[in-house]
Design a protein around this ligand. Structure first.
Ligand code: ATP
Length: 289
């Protein structure tokens, strides 16, 4: 038996870091939404009691370091499953990009194994298991648009943004989320108005959403990698309605309301930036779309 799951990338419409907690994690408030750039996860039952990872991408680890592997391990242990599984990951989401590729793969494995092994766990249960793997995994279990609080694991569903296009551009650099957080000075950084972003989403106000995009981590990554600001400037010049870095970067996204502008923005980045994707916002949870 084979089960297929889509693992979509996310972007942060806003990302606020409130303070560092006693447990070492940062307290965050993030408005996240899924886009239709996705990895494809294929789960196949194995008769022996092992977890095997396969991928054609050289950036994807094939052992315990892979978040998809950890997701399978958590499911096996929690539900005391004796069967094994082969996890094939077709990698389409840029790696270490601020798009939660690994977290989304892990979430897809949680949902997929729930079906493959007939476990009938709720999404809430899967999200709780996901929080043991990584802070972005609970959001990825649900997908759609949500406010994530705590260290990212407290999820509150939000209305989807009005339909629009998203241009994603990733410069040829890797960013360590850990280093970005280490270098962040919370008191000096920019902070989004999360309430205003939520109001704009509730009112399906595209202009309002565009005026509220903001990311507390952007200043740190931009200082380390000036390419981020250069991409933002190119996108602005080509007519993007809003531009922002996603997560800890380095991927920058442009929100584009009019199709007419889309190709101009896309073409202005091609040749300048090695990875450019033109995608739609998914915005709502799969089953409600
Ligand atoms: P986030 O936005 O949640 O910070 P990211 O998009 O910046 O995540 P990932 O693509 O998840 O980053 O990859 C970060 C690191 O995790 C990579 O260096 C990679 O080695 C490791 N990794 C573990 N599992 C995966 C996976 N399934 N796909 C890609 N990378 C993975």
């Amino acid at each position: 038996m084979v089960v297929l799951e889509k693992a979509p990338a996310k972007i942060n419409l806003s990302l606020d870091v409130l303070h560092k907690r006693n447990d070492g994690f940062h307290e965050v408030e993030m408005v996240m939404t899924t886009v239709d750039l996705a990895d494809r996860i294929e789960l196949t039952k194995l008769s022996n009691n092992t977890i095997r990872i396969e991928s054609e991408s050289r950036f994807v680890p094939n052992d315990e370091r892979n978040l998809a592997y950890r997701a399978a391990k958590v499911m096996k242990e929690h539900f005391q499953v004796k069967a094994g599984v082969k996890i094939f990951i077709e990698k389409n989401i840029p790696v270490a990009a601020g798009l939660a590729g690994g977290s989304s793969d892990a979430a897809a494995v949680l949902r997929g194994l729930n079906r493959l092994w007939g476990l009938r766990a709720s999404l809430e249960e899967l999200a709780e298991l996901g929080s043991r793997i990584g802070s972005d995994v609970p959001f990825c279990v649900y997908g759609g648009t949500a406010l994530a609080k705590g260290r990212g694991e407290k999820i509150q569903e939000l209305p989807s943004p009005p339909p629009c296009w998203v241009v994603l551009a990733k410069p040829a650099i890797g960013v360590s989320t850990e280093v970005v957080y280490q270098k962040l000075n919370i008191n000096k950084a920019d902070h989004p108005n999360t309430e205003a972003m939520i109001t704009a989403l509730n009112e399906k106000d595209f202009k309002g959403i565009c005026s509220q995009v903001s990311n507390t981590l952007e200043g740190v990554t931009t200082k380390l990698h000036p390419e981020v600001e250069q991409i933002k400037e190119k996108m602005r010049q080509a007519g993007a309605d809003a531009v922002l870095m996603s997560g800890s970067g380095p991927t920058v996204f442009a929100l584009v309301g009019q199709e007419a502008k889309l190709h101009r923005i896309y073409n202005s980045l091609k040749g300048f930036c090695p990875e450019v994707h033109l995608v739609r916002m998914l915005g709502c949870r799969e089953k409600t779309c």
